[in-house]
Design a protein around this ligand. Structure first.
Ligand code: PXP
Length: 249
């Protein structure tokens, strides 16, 4: 069975844009766990535009499945992670102006800073995943830098329009997933996945153990409620060959 990590940042985004105390990402975490998610994923950004430090600390107390903390590869963030002790840290690139994470972390150019952050997390017994492009050089460098897992960036697949572009993106993901698995890395995937494009990936990427999905689930929750939205995605992961995809709206 594939692990489903539900990214709850968008709940905090809605709260932050109005400066209210609701909707509460902590309550959202309880709903998604109740509905069958295996993991709660959140991104504590350096600009704190959605998830706040207190959310992270409260979530650490209440999440009973797994807490996956996405963060920039900086010493400041590593210090926070070491204090809060998520079940896994996923290192992601961060740029202030971006709407969401754009592109994978460059492990090839990562160098000493990245190695120091990875080593400090692993020394604190926190497994480390790196969000990377499905590119063999990135996977090899990630392995060399000592990560436990890679999360393959599925954005290019999600954005591909023509059949040819989709096929190319799928081939790259398949090769990357095989390579990572052959190096004994845990293989995860995410970004841009929704109710119409996820089942296909699950079928063609047997190596992928975990999917992290946020925007589409929170968007669908507007219409059917959060628990139902999570359950529908859970069904797609569990029965990708037969599940009827829900519409994205
Ligand atoms: N995985 C990573 C590493 C991400 O940065 C994000 C976006 O925060 C996601 C998964 C979820 O992407 P989406 O919101 O497009 O499902």
């Amino acid at each position: 069975m594939k692990r489903l990590g539900v990214n709850i940042d968008h709940v905090a985004t809605l709260r932050q844009v109005r400066g209210t105390v609701y909707p509460d990402p902590v309550a959202a975490a309880a709903y998604v766990e109740q509905a069958g998610a295996d993991q709660v994923t959140l991104h504590l950004r350096e600009d704190r535009r959605h998830i706040q430090d207190q959310d992270l600390r409260t979530l650490r107390r209440i999440v009973s499945t797994r807490l996956n903390l996405e963060m920039a590869a900086t010493e400041t963030m590593a210090t926070i992670a070491t204090e809060v002790r998520p079940d896994v840290v996923t290192l992601v690139p961060e740029r202030r102006q971006e709407l969401t994470t754009e592109g994978g972390l460059n492990m090839v150019a990562g160098g000493k800073r990245l190695r120091t952050v990875i080593e400090s997390l692993r020394a604190a017994s926190i497994p480390v995943s790196a969000f990377v492009e499905p590119d063999p050089r990135q996977i090899e460098s990630a392995r060399e830098l000592g990560v436990d897992a890679v999360e393959l960036h599925t954005g290019p697949y999600a954005l591909a329009i023509t059949a040819e572009a989709v096929a190319t993106a799928l081939r790259q993901l398949q090769a990357a997933a095989r390579l990572a698995a052959s190096m004994d890395l845990t293989v995860c995937a995410g970004h841009g996945l929704h109710y119409e494009n996820t089942a296909r990936l699950v079928v063609v990427l047997p190596e992928v153990e975990e999917y992290n999905i946020g925007h589409s689930i929170i968007a669908r929750a507007i219409f059917v409620g959060l628990e139902q939205a999570v359950r529908e995605m859970r069904t797609l992961l569990d029965h990708p060959e037969t599940a009827t995809p829900a519409r994205r709206t």
